[in-house]
Design a binder for this molecule. Structure first.
Ligand SMILES: Cc1cc2nc3c(=O)[nH]c(=O)nc-3n(C[C@H](O)[C@H](O)[C@H](O)COP(=O)(O)OP(=O)(O)OC[C@H]3O[C@@H](n4cnc5c(N)ncnc54)[C@H](O)[C@@H]3O)c2cc1C
Length: 391
């Protein structure tokens, strides 16, 4: 039996950050992970370059039952705090779109940085270690295949269900249930949509096309790229909106965002009355997409024959193309899980359970889900930092 002040389950982004902060405070910290390597999701993130934060992080970039919950942690550990750590380790970084910060070389540098910080904070790490049971008397007790570990504080940083192949489990939700904490409804987020039946057949011909669109669902819109795939639609705009989508919902796609289609087509009708509608549309949209639209949504004809009402109909089809996904690709490919340990169960200052003294939840296991663009790691760092000050 070994005794620690703090045991953290999960050597991912949130768990390692918490371990560093608690270790710096002189706490005896053990991090346990069942995977053979620490930070596996960090390694595959951002296409291997890890989009480690976003300079424009705001609470509005997160989905949570309680919209105010994340404010405290996010304001105490900002993107600039993490950037300072990255710079301390001389890791080259670059800013891409919308304040997204990436490693120039490799996501592995972020994992190496976190492990180096853990080492200098005196953190112990047990990888490849399966936890068999968790209980609490005066302390928390973890039965593992390497024996029994005890601690005053237990931090659950075991992530959520997305990408089981990478070691993702429902462990954190089970622990929440075991100790009587509510877990909100879970679903895959930041995930491509699947189409089925005739719609999938017809749209399959568009696979590979990528274009700038605005996609909306349930009052949330994202203007970014959309990609047609063999199974449905994907790309950043679609991934973003998927976190707001529920079964049976329709998504609306604006194929010409920011363009006044009525003025444009009216002007074209005056300037080039003999041109075919499909020719003019193909000047702004990919040809294969225009062909699909003219076969299924829009009647092709020469511009001189188009009445104002017909132009309005074309514009409506282009600005508000309605698609009804059959579902998402699910946890297999989802970047995140929407939902988690109910934020009303936790202190927003410390991440400690209000019901069970010494039990903390941080990172993705909590019902705080970021938009695409580095926001999820920022939540992992910030919630890990917050708990690390108190465990
Ligand atoms: C393909 C992909 C790309 C992504 N890219 C980005 C990006 O560029 N930017 C961004 O902000 N976010 C990105 N994300 C999301 C981001 O990876 C997660 O939000 C973040 O890793 C969550 O951190 P975490 O520490 O809470 O959980 P995780 O990083 O998932 O860590 C959880 C740890 O717990 C361990 N664990 C799980 N169950 C058990 C158990 N029963 N016993 C012991 N250990 C256990 C796991 O092995 C893992 O090491 C990406 C996600 C994916 C899947």
């Amino acid at each position: 039996m070994k005794n620690y002040d703090v045991i953290i389950v999960g050597a991912g982004a949130a768990g390692l950050m918490c371990a560093i902060e608690a270790g710096k405070r002189g706490r005896a910290v053990l991090v346990i992970d069942h995977a053979e390597k620490a930070g596996k999701k960090i390694l595959i993130s951002g296409g291997g370059r890890c989009n480690f934060t976003n300079l424009h992080t705001e609470p509005t970039n997160y989905i949570c039952n309680n919209s105010r919950f994340a404010i405290s942690a996010l304001s105490r550990y900002t993107p600039y705090d993490f950037l300072a750590l990255v710079e301390k380790h001389a890791i080259a970084w670059e800013e891409r779109n919308h304040g997204e910060l990436f490693c120039v070389e490799s996501a592995g540098q972020i994992v190496a940085m976190l492990l180096a910080e853990c080492e200098s904070a005196g953190v112990s790490l047990q990888l490849n270690c399966t936890i068999q049971a968790v209980s609490k008397n005066d302390q928390f007790q973890l039965e593992t295949e390497r024996g029994m570990f005890r601690a005053d504080s237990l931090v659950i940083a075991s992530g959520s269900r997305s990408i089981p192949k990478m070691g993702a489990t429902g462990f954190g939700h089970q622990i929440a249930n075991q100790f009587g904490l509510n877990v909100t409804e879970l679903k895959a987020g930041l995930v491509p949509f699947r189409l089925t039946g005739g719609e999938q057949e017809r749209l399959r011909a568009l696979a590979g096309i990528s274009l700038d669109v605005s996609v909306s669902c349930n009052g949330h819109s994202f203007r970014e790229q959309m990609l047609f795939t063999h199974r449905g639609i994907s790309g950043p705009a679609v991934l973003q909106v998927s976190s707001y989508w529920g079964e049976g919902d329709t998504v609306s796609i604006d194929l010409l965002p920011g363009t006044d289609g009525f003025s444009w087509l009216s002007r074209m009708r005056e300037e080039r009355p003999g041109a075919a509608l499909r020719t003019v549309l193909a000047e702004r949209l990919p040809k294969r997409l225009v062909q699909y639209l003219c076969e299924s949504l829009i009647r092709d004809q020469t511009l001189r024959r188009l009445s104002d009402t017909e132009i309005e109909t074309v514009e409506e089809s282009l600005h508000n193309w309605q698609l009804k996904p059959a579902g998402t690709e699910g946890y297999r490919t989802a970047e995140v899980t929407v939902g988690g340990v109910d934020s009303n169960e936790l202190s927003s200052k410390t991440m400690e359970s209000k019901k069970v003294e010494g039990l903390y939840f941080i990172g993705e296991v909590v019902d705080v889900t970021g938009h695409l663009g580095g926001f999820n790691f920022q939540w992992a760092w910030a919630s890990g930092y917050a708990a690390g000050q108190f465990v």
